[in-house]
Design a protein around this ligand. Sequence first.
Ligand code: NOJ
Length: 539
Amino acid sequence: MSESPRSPQWWRQAAIYQVYLRSFADGDGDGIGDLAGVRSRLSYLADLGVDAIWFTPWYPSPMDDGGYDVADFRDIEPTFGTLADAEQVLAEARALGLKVIIDIVPNHCSDTHRWFSAALEAGPGSPERERFWFRDGRGPDGAEPPNNWRSRFGGSAWTRVVEPDGSPGQWYLHLYSSRQPDLNWESQEVRAEFEDILRFWFDRGVDGFRIDVADGLVKDPALPDVEPGDETPFSDQEGVHEIYRAWRRIARSYPAERLLVGEMWLPDLRRSARYLREDEMHAAFNFDFLVCPWDVARFREVIDRTLESHDEVGAPPSWVLSNHDVTRPVTRYGRSGDTGFSFADRLHGTPVDRELGTRRARAAALLAMALPGGVYLYQGEELGLWEIEDIPGELRQDPVWERSDHADPGRDGCRVPMPWSGAAPPFGFSPDNAEKEPWLPQPAEWASHTASAQAADPGSVLSLYRSGLRLRKQAQGELRWLDQPPGVLAFRRGTFACLLNFSAEPVALPEHREVLLTSAPLADGQLPTDTAAWLRLPA
Ligand code: NOJ
């Protein structure tokens, strides 16, 4: 079946809201977000004005990596609810006009997945081990890892197992935590299994998948050591593309078009755009935009590069300011030094001017929402939440914290449960009579940042997002840069224009018929520093 006749291609300009389930809303009072909580907040998402929701993994999981360690790809984590609850969420979302995308994690599974237990039991050389990357170690007793690859969470990417007879045995590869063994995509069985999993969820009505570590599935089977500057033999291998061609064929076989969105952190946008060729994925996250420091030339350059690289393959660009892995934008843009983001140095603890960060995050939101293509929002971004940097070590849950020997605080600071209402924690995240506190502590200062406090305030970040999501539909057509004074980013799309003033001085607005929206009040009709405006230009 072809996509075009019935397909409105909604994803080409969609606003997609990321729900990090554990931290969104807790329906049953155990301090952990769940599907009952989601159901109670679906109307909030519909009112916000997003087109789709992306759920981070909802599968059964020991939660070593927040659910990215999946024990069973065809069921729901009991703490979150049941398969019936998930089907209910899908139906209720659909009734509100919201599409639903779910996370699929094909690079690895949990060490509690039945396949991994079977591999441990079956021993070296077995077909069960072929589904993973088991290798003998180096050195006289095989006591050294098979190669020098590092886990992205710190430490070696290899862990040694004890064989069924009790002897020290082979090693298995894990690019993330040791509880997330990498699957071997050379295995036809692995491929067939995931194709079946896609169908399982498409059959239940999901509108698409967000593909975790999408560039990482295929490894150079020689598993060579890597030296600094080498190409990475575990990322962006040519063979990975045929996996997505097969997945696209499956997506196409369904009557209403289903979406594939890739998570690729690659150094070159043109490389990620190759995953968006017409027979592969539909869209990808634009992390170059996310990591861009607060600088007019850098933003202009990233936008141009994004548009060009996506144009070449005919795919819609995307604009992302945050997600559950990165420092929240209010904190990033408010840092006294580098205002970009990098996993290598999260700049944890660098002084932050939160007011400045908020001002810039508001302006960035209008920029992201005005650009051509899709926009991804991460829960709490629409409330202007900031990174919580002072979570006590003993409460931190991200495996990065332990695996880095506490050198890297990890990602818990952007995963603190949402403040919905009320004057004190749990801020409506859990019911009033909840047995347990939220799984990560919320700061008292969030009293002023709850969704209900902001809903009534026309000047709030929430109100800005609501207006922005409604008005962005007026931005249609190609982007054309406008001539503006240095330090100002300005473009038009038809008669809709967006300006962002990065310079230290207020600037005059170009001739316009109407001011549609601004991220901060104008000053005597001028656009102040770190402020964005949307205008209707004369025809
Ligand atoms: C990317 C996910 O966004 C992140 O949270 C996770 O830890 C890794 N992939 C591994 O699955």
